[in-house]
Design a protein around this ligand. Structure first.
Ligand SMILES: C[S@@+](CC[C@H](N)C(=O)[O-])C[C@H]1O[C@@H](n2cnc3c(N)ncnc32)[C@H](O)[C@@H]1O
Length: 222
């Protein structure tokens, strides 16, 4: 697939993503789009110089040095994040994703203890309250994909002290209807002001995908 810097308008899969995620959430279209992409997703992202999973794992390693802690990889896709977490030494990683075809690839990585297919916003997870010590969501905060609507469910499954790490394309906070006018930042800040989590990090990360910046948020559940 021809892919360059993540500016992506010429790329078929990204076009599908954008059309699948424009306007109201349409899970069926989103599911179809990722189903069609699952076979070449890893290769395409390598070509696009997608560094989100690596950046996330590196950051978590600094914030949570204990590698035995239980991590949930939200919208784990084919498992790129799990692989990076595993190479940082983490051994207790679960994953969840909407699309079974993506999860089939994640399973083949051999790094996840448990994988679950579900819409993490609409259905929620099957695990008990207070299960996880870290939750990562990488490359999935995007209109029609994962948004701040996921926070209540993440907070439900988070233990006290859980680190929630979100890594996304920086431009999306200005372009996605769900995030723009500082809606994502406001939502994160409000929860910090209400004592739900401690807001520890908002960091621009260069070369998140190709030459494009990423944005990394980290919160600690109180
Ligand atoms: C761009 S991929 C990112 C995958 C992986 N985190 C990575 O960094 O390579 C976005 C993933 O979000 C998943 N997804 C989107 N909406 C979801 C939802 N509501 N619940 C669970 N997964 C979702 C898609 O199926 C897709 O695998």
């Amino acid at each position: 697939m021809s892919m360059t810097t993540g500016t992506s308008e010429d790329d078929l899969h990204w076009k599908n993503m954008y059309s699948a995620s424009s306007g109201d959430l349409d899970l069926k279209r989103l599911e179809q789009a990722y189903k069609g992409w699952s076979e070449t997703y890893d290769e395409d992202n390598e070509q696009m110089l997608y560094k989100g999973p690596h950046l996330a794992a590196q950051k978590l390693s600094k914030l949570m040095p204990d590698k035995s802690k239980k991590i949930l990889d939200v919208a784990c896709g084919t498992g790129l994040v799990g692989k990076e977490l595993h190479s940082q030494g983490y051994v207790n990683i679960d994953g969840v994703d909407l699309v079974q075809d993506m999860l089939t690839h994640a399973e083949q990585t051999g790094v996840y203890s448990r994988l679950e297919a579900c819409d993490v916003i609409g259905q929620g997870l099957s695990c008990q309250d207070g299960t996880y010590e870290a939750i990562v969501c990488v490359g999935s905060f995007n209109q029609g994909c994962v948004t701040q609507a996921v926070f209540p469910e993440l907070l439900r499954v988070a233990k006290k002290g859980c680190i929630i790490l979100i890594v996304m394309r920086e431009a999306f906070v200005y372009t996605c209807p769900a995030f723009k006018n500082s809606q994502l930042d406001t939502d994160i800040l409000m929860r910090a002001q209400n004592g739900i989590w401690k807001y520890i990090l908002r960091e621009t990360v260069p070369k998140y995908i190709g030459e494009l910046n990423g944005l990394l948020y980290a919160m600690v559940v109180q």
